[in-house]
Design a protein around this ligand. Structure first.
Ligand code: SAH
Ligand code: MG
Length: 196
């Protein structure tokens, strides 16, 4: 991977207020990937490819990341970025709405990274679980959503997102196939391991 290009991609994304993964969140995920060396990663929410490019470093030999993005302009920029970062052979960008794309997918994954529309997290979880290998891990970003999710504040205009994030966390915690941790890094990170 070309780290000089990666640094430029990050800088540009931050300048343009694209919500790329925060450094502390990335560090937690990378430390886990380092130990697990996944072969197949599914990412929901590519944006301009920053997190996917970062993850390539921890892929097993011949590993592959499938990543879904619905905004045409972002897909275009992500394709340019993965070329610049010299990781084209490791990232497959799927253009489309994950709500429509996921049900058509059938692969099995070692890792699923959920990082798209918060109102859809319960649906993304259902699809992720269907395609997650035993011992596989789901990471979900932004699950505490600026603290709204754990507070009793309900009047925020994003209350549908907050309600669905609460539902998502409740499902993670009640699912006996999963061992779940919620970390307060960044905007909140859920880590759920499929233990059976
Ligand atoms: N993972 C990226 C950041 C993703 S930001 C990184 O850390 O570098 C979230 C992205 O998800 C946005 O680009 C948004 O367009 C996309 N998105 C949101 N809802 C989506 C959906 N239902 N299907 C596909 N992409 C979606
Ligand atoms: Mg995010």
């Amino acid at each position: 991977m070309n780290k000089v290009e990666l640094a430029k991609i990050k800088e540009k994304a931050l300048e343009e207020h694209i919500p790329i993964i925060m450094d502390d969140t990335l560090e937690v995920i990378e430390n886990i990937l380092k130990e697990n060396k996944p072969s197949r990663i599914l990412e929901i929410g590519t944006a301009v490819g920053y997190s996917a490019i970062c993850f390539t470093e921890f892929l097993n030999e011949d590993g592959m990341i499938d990543t879904i993005e619905r905004e045409e302009d972002r897909v275009k920029e992500a394709r340019e970025n993965i070329k610049k970062a010299e990781v084209e052979s490791m990232i497959n960008i799927i253009e489309g709405d994950a709500v429509e794309v996921l049900p058509t997918m059938n692969g099995m994954y070692d890792v699923v990274f959920i990082d798209a529309s918060k109102g859809k997290y319960p649906f993304f979880l259902k699809e992720a679980l269907r395609m997650l290998k035993t011992n596989g891990i789901i990471f979900a970003d932004n699950v505490l959503y600026k603290g709204y999710v754990l507070s009793d504040y309900n009047k925020h205009k994003q209350r549908t997102a907050v309600r669905n994030l609460r539902e998502f966390l409740a499902e993670l915690e009640s699912n006996t196939e999963l061992e779940t941790e919620i970390l307060e890094v960044g905007d909140g990170l859920a880590i759920a391991k499929k233990i059976r």
